[in-house]
Design a protein around this ligand. Structure first.
Ligand code: 13P
Length: 246
């Protein structure tokens, strides 16, 4: 399985900036590349992405199929603009927009119904880590979101471990922290799905940059990275790609 580098732009970049970025991405075939732009850029950059073999994701998706839900974007709308996957349960959605495990598990159900591949983000806060609750929190998030999945549904799943305290702070989890949480997630996935659990990608996110990406990629059960800050400039994102594609 190839590793993957994913740029999560969050609420940054106008359409023109998105196109300029994607035009400047280095081409290689060692690692898979994906970009998760704001909704309004998805359609515009998809045509450039297709020719460069770059996947395009969405930062969020409604739990509802369609109807009177002002401000929401449905899975069908995302598929209509050829969006390849969706992020669910990012810690900024959980913390700022109060999406709890119930909401996120309904979004997972919606993604499954619509056959939309998704990346489920999980991660502990600093308080939870300090209190020794990391394993419990991660296990609970996985149970709440994934326990109803069966058979081929597992082909839709990627997990991202993003410790909340490492996002946008410059603090990276230690190798041992990443190794142990990724091992926990892998065990849980195998428990859920003995057939597919071993082949599901588990990504790390939280202050990934060109200086640390190679070391992070060398850790067992790290199948890629979800990158915020260092993905905002083509130059720094290309540096990340170069680090892991040589
Ligand atoms: P930073 O890389 O800026 O820490 O953000 C990580 C993240 O939230 C990716 O989804």
């Amino acid at each position: 399985m190839k590793k993957i580098l994913i740029a999560n732009w969050k609420m940054n970049k106008l359409r023109g900036e998105s196109v300029a970025f994607i035009e400047n991405i280095v081409e290689q075939d060692t690692v898979d590349i994906a970009i998760v732009p704001p909704f309004l850029s998805i359609q515009q950059i998809k045509e450039y992405a297709l020719s460069k073999n770059i996947l395009i994701g969405s930062q969020n998706m409604s739990e509802y199929s369609h109807g009177a839900y002002t401000g929401e974007i449905s899975a069908t709308m995302l598929k209509d603009v050829l969006c390849d996957f969706v992020l669910l349960g990012h810690s900024e959605r959980r913390k700022i927009f109060l999406e709890n495990n119930d909401v996120i598990s309904r979004k997972v159900e919606r993604a499954v119904v619509e056959k939309m591949p998704f990346i489920l983000c999980v991660g502990e806060t600093l308080d939870e880590r300090d209190l020794g609750q990391t394993e419990e929190v991660i296990t609970h998030m996985l149970n709440e979101a994934l326990s109803s999945l069966i058979g081929s549904h597992w082909d839709l799943v990627t997990i991202a471990y993003e410790p909340v305290w490492a996002i946008g702070t410059g603090k990276v989890a230690t190798k041992e922290m990443i190794r142990s949480v990724h091992a926990l997630i892998r065990d849980k996935l195998i428990e859920f799905s003995p057939e597919k659990g071993e082949s599901i990608r588990i990504l790390y996110g939280g202050s990934v940059k060109s200086e640390n990406v190679k070391e992070i990629f060398s850790i067992d059960n790290v199948d890629g990275a979800l990158v915020g800050g260092a993905s905002l400039e083509a130059l720094s994102f290309n540096q990340l790609i170069n680090e892991v594609s040589v």
